[in-house]
Every structure is written in C-alpha cells, then in structure tokens.
Ligand binder design. Structure first.
Ligand code: ADP
Length: 450
C-alpha cells in the first residue's frame, strides 16, 4: 500500500512539473497568457499552480488506475495482459489458500481456547523465566489467584516451595511434579519445559485438584496401619499361649483354659478379617447379591432371633415392634447393618437394660429405629464412632469383643441404600440410631408386633 502511494506521489510530481513547464511556455508564446502574466503575475502564477495541480491529480489517478489496478485485480489483469495471466492466476490461488489457511488457523485457535477455558484442570503457560503468558480460569481458581495474573511471575501468585521447586526444575529443562496445599485443597502440579533449539522457551504447568483422592489415600494408609495393629494383637496372644503350651509350662488341668483363650482370640481374628473384607467390598461398591424387595419386619425378627441368646446372657431385653414395610436393598447387607446396631445396643448396656427395634411407616420415608437405654456415648465421641476402629472406651475394647468396624459398616450400608443415618445419645441414658429410607420406597406389610 505504501509503495502504491509512493508511485502515486511520483506521478503527481512529474505531471505537476510538466504542466508548470507548459504554463511557462504558454506565457512566453501565447499573447493572452503573456498579458495576464504581465498584469497580475501573482494571481497568474497561483492559478497556473492550482490548475496544474488539479490536472496532475486527475491524470495521476487515471494513470494509476490503468497501470496498477490490472496488477492488483488478477481477473482484470488477466484480461488486460495475457502474458501476466498464469502468474496472476497462481498468485490468486496462493492468496485464496493463505486466506483459507488463516481461517482454519483461527477456527483451531478458537476451539483450543474454548477447551482451555472450560477444562477443569488448571493450565498455566509461562515464558522461560516463569512470567505468565496465559492461564485458564481453573488455574486461577486452584492457585487462589486474585486478578488476571497474566504478565506477572507465577511466584507472585503462589509461593509454595513445592510449586517453586517444580517450576524451577522445568525452567532448568527437566519435567517435575509436586503436591501443594492451597486453601484446604490438595493440588497436583506438573511442570513441563517447552524446549526449542535446545533452549527452554517456556514452561507449561498443569494443576489437578486431587483433594478427594488424597483424602481417600490418607484413609487407606491409616486403615492399613490400623489393620496391621488390630491383627497383631490377637495373633500375638495366640502365639504366646501356644508357645507356653509347647514348652510344657502349662499344667495339664490348665490346658483347656489356654485352649479356650486361643479359641477366643482366633474367633476375634476371624471376626476382624470378615469385617475388613466386608468393608473393603463396600468401599469398592461391590454388592454380594442384587438389590430386591426386603420385608424389613421379617429381617428385624431374624436379627433379634440370632441375638436372643447374647441378650439373655447379658440380661438385656430385645424387642421388635411397629409397622412393617418393604425396602429395596441387598438383604445380607441390611441384615448386617441391623445386626451391628442391635449387637451394640446389647454390648454397651447393663443388666436389666433394653434394646428396641421400632419400624415405622411414613409418607416422609419409612424408618427403623434401634434404641437402647445403655451406657450412651459422650457428645465429643458421637461424630467419630462411625470412623474405622474408633472406640469410645479403648481399654475395654478387648472385653466387648468388638472389632471397631461395626458402625463403619453400618454407615457404608446406609450410604449404598441412600438411607439417612441419625445418632442421638446421652451418657447414662442410652443411644438411639435412626435409619430413614428414601421416600420412593414402597410401603409394604401391615403392622406387626413381637
Ligand atoms: P465395636 O466393634 O467396638 O462395637 P463399633 O464401630 O460398632 O465398634 O462402635 C464403635 C464404638 O462406638 C464402640 O466401641 C462403642 O464405644 C461406641 N458405641 C457403639 N454403639 C454404642 C451404643 N449403642 N451405646 C454406647 N456406645 C456405643
């Protein structure tokens, strides 16, 4: 465009000079022009210059159109100059290719931007020194960054040592990863160098929110540590008793007592292993059977029958009452859940105590309540009793024979069946645990009493 203006100006200048020369010649040889020049020289000169300029402009415009336009308009040029036709055709082809290539690039860029802006993973692109070139909204949120962030150094947004180390490594040309804590979240940061011509031109940083995975991992780690500890206790006891018997250090009349202890510890071990297996399967969301319509009254009665002897031996009265209903679920899991609740009601009770299983039908959702008037749970422990291996009275856990996993299993089964679980308890007064079934559960059997 600039070139064209230059040619245009040159043309005007040349025409202007030619026209002025013509005006001078006219003034010299044509009498009318001679007189005008003599009488009013300034006016004559001004008029001549203006007329020459107007003529030069018009002529330059006309000439430039004739000369330049054919070269710019391939179709027109092709018609005008046959010899230029193949060249201009080729030029036009290239021009349309470039135009469509540019359009394609723009579309790709828009698609890429849309993906980057909407992805839940954080993406930060930096130059070779760590200054941010671009970052998406997820990265801004994960880094808890205020403002745009573009143009700032990454460390101005976050100074976590782990993040700094990873980015420094990437600036040095090596990929690195690190886990960082930002605003109650655990973030996995992956920093990769962008290398061109053996030089680090930039750094690409990915940020993934791994808070849930980290919590699950932490729980698994704690669980493994607890399991090892819990398994070790009965195994050590069994091994100790067996060793004493093996060394002949037990009088023959005491052997049955020692054997009884070994048996008890082995039973504890079996109960523990069974609960661990059940909990692991529940963790994976694996159901032992399929969900079906379960008669909850029948289930409660069967659980009561299984625990009748234990209740009698502890002089605890166990009752099932209320209106029966059916619930959709996995029978063995629902039974296990009720068993654990009733078993706890008996275990953490005292002679002459009572455990009631009450079934209620309600449009707001059917309910099963397991209520005891036992020792109760102090307030500060109430939110923790559903944790794995959590026991209120750690010193007496061996006597009660519990695995510390009963209520964890209850919580998981309730979750799988979408039941609302509520605990109310007062030390010395007793504990009430309510399981509320979802509303869509159909009501079934009529009221029943045991
Ligand atoms: P455990 O096998 O020890 O019974 P649970 O997970 O069933 O394990 O229960 C965890 C803890 O909660 C128990 O150790 C006990 O301290 C307390 N607990 C559970 N149910 C009751 C209850 N009905 N009354 C009083 N304390 C209870």
């Amino acid at each position: 465009m600039r070139k064209r203006s230059f040619y245009y100006l040159c043309l005007i200048a040349m025409l202007e000079i030619l026209l002025l020369a013509a005006a001078l010649l006219l003034a010299r040889y044509v009498p009318a022009f001679q007189a005008a020049q003599m009488e009013r020289p300034l006016t004559y000169a001004g008029l001549v210059v203006l007329a020459a300029l107007a003529l030069a402009l018009s002529a330059a415009w006309w000439l430039s159109r004739r000369l330049i336009r054919p070269l710019e308009d391939p179709a027109f040029g092709g018609q005008t100059y046959d010899e230029l036709s193949p060249l201009l055709h080729e030029l036009e082809l290239r021009r349309s290719q470039v135009r469509s290539g540019a359009g394609e690039l723009e579309r790709k860029e828009a698609d890429l931007q849309m993906i980057i802006q909407n992805m839940s993973e954080g993406l930060v692109i930096m130059d070779g020194t760590g200054v941010i070139i671009t970052l998406n909204p997820a990265a801004r949120e994960l880094l808890a960054a205020e403002g745009d962030g573009v143009g700032k150094h990454l460390f101005a947004l976050n100074r976590d040592p782990g993040l700094q180390a990873a980015v420094h490594m990437a600036i040095g040309g090596t990929s690195d990863e690190s886990r960082i804590h930002i605003a109650q979240r655990m973030i996995h940061a992956i920093a990769n160098p962008v290398i061109m011509d053996s030089e680090v031109k930039g750094v690409v940083l990915f940020l993934l929110d791994v808070t849930r995975e980290y919590a699950a991992e932490q729980m698994r780690r704690e669980f493994s540590a607890n399991v090892s500890h819990e398994l070790k206790t009965p195994l050590t006891a069994i091994s100790g008793y067996a060793e004493i018997i093996q060394n002949g250090m037990v009088a023959p009349q005491d052997v049955p007592r020692f054997a009884g202890s070994i048996y008890q510890e082995a039973q504890r071990l079996i109960a523990l292993v069974n609960d661990i297996i059940r909990l692991s399967r529940l963790d994976e969301g694996v159901l032992d059977g399929s969900k079906e319509e379960i008669d909850m009254m029948q289930l409660a009665r069967s659980v009561a029958a299984r625990l009748r002897q234990k209740a009698q031996s502890r002089q605890v009265c166990l009752e099932v009452s209320g209106e029966g209903f059916t619930a959709r679920g996995e029978e063995s899991l629902l039974e296990e859940m009720l068993y654990n609740l009733c078993d706890n009601g008996i275990t953490y009770n005292r002679p002459e105590g009572k455990v009631e299983v009450i079934l209620e039908r309600s449009p707001a959702g059917n309910r099963v309540t397991v209520r005891d008037n036992g020792i109760g749970i102090p307030k500060e422990h109430q939110s923790r009793v559903f944790e794995r291996f959590y026991r209120v009275d750690k010193s007496h856990s061996k006597e009660t024979g519990g695995t510390g996993l009963g209520l964890s299993i209850v919580k998981h089964v309730a979750m799988i069946h979408h039941l609302e679980l509520k605990l109310e308890s007062a030390p010395g007064e007793g504990t009430t645990i309510t399981l509320q079934f979802p509303v869509e559960e159909k009501s079934g059997k009529e009221s029943d009493q045991e």
